[in-house]
Design a protein around this ligand. Structure first.
Ligand SMILES: [Zn+2]
Length: 232
């Protein structure tokens, strides 16, 4: 594997493998592309269930080395790996702490922050059916279903755009800060419905349906679920 000729091996050991790919001879360039494709495929396989266990993580690293690829050769896959690594950690009850774009309370930490739209329902139906996704156990006795298509939250005509801003999950609450503000403490949260493109929150004292349209709702859902359970 990765039998590079002497000339190309020199490029590799100089640490310029990636940036100097054009300088590889045709045979080595072909091998390089093949190694990339194999690694890429393996990462997709390992993260298909959304979770990357520490054992799989290690296996990936040794496979990458075996293929003769460096960290920077495969850094385009970092977001995929980072996410799956955290999905696994979340499933074991640990949550990332990230910098908050807004000021939080004392002893309050931010687990997740993303740009989001806040929407409210203007007519009846909001769910378009989707297929079942894979399930994984997130805490004892609770199965969190994620992946696959659960359908889209709603046809746009049936949702009213309310505003845009930051969507945050903290140790204490779900917070939306933007053109309007919404604050849902975990203790008031009754349930969360995940959709392909967002989350719907159900909570005590709610007056209308609230949906957040955001990127990677599976990740946000897993995090909110664990964070809310901790606070209870
Ligand atoms: Zn070569």
């Amino acid at each position: 594997m990765s039998q590079h000729c002497t000339r190309c091996s020199a490029y590799r050991s100089s640490g310029l493998y990636r940036s100097e790919t054009f300088a590889l001879c045709e045979r080595c360039a072909q091998e390089y592309r093949r190694a990339l494709a194999l690694y890429d495929q393996t990462v997709r396989q390992f993260t298909e269930d959304q979770l990357l266990t520490p054992a799989e993580d290690e296996e990936l690293t040794s496979y990458r080395r075996y293929l003769g690829l460096s960290d920077s050769d495969v850094d385009h896959l970092d977001p995929v790996i980072w996410r799956a690594r955290w999905m696994y950690r979340i499933s074991t009850g640990s949550l990332p702490v990230v910098e908050s774009p807004v000021l939080l309370g004392r002893n309050e930490h931010c687990h997740f922050a993303t740009g989001a739209n806040i929407m409210t329902e203007i007519r009846g139906r909001i769910y378009v059916s989707g297929s079942r996704g894979a399930s994984f156990r997130i805490m004892r006795g609770v199965t969190l279903r994620t992946g696959g298509s659960r359908g889209y939250s709603a046809p746009v005509s049936e949702l009213q755009f309310v505003g845009e801003g930051h969507f945050l999950i903290t140790t204490k609450r779900t917070l939306f800060v933007g053109t309007q503000q919404l604050d849902v403490p975990h203790r008031k949260l009754l349930s969360v419905t995940p959709y392909t493109d967002g989350l719907e929150l159900h909570y005590t004292g709610q007056r209308r349906r609230i949906l957040f349209q955001l990127h990677d709702s599976d990740f946000a859902f897993a995090m909110l679920w664990v964070s809310a359970q901790r606070e209870l």
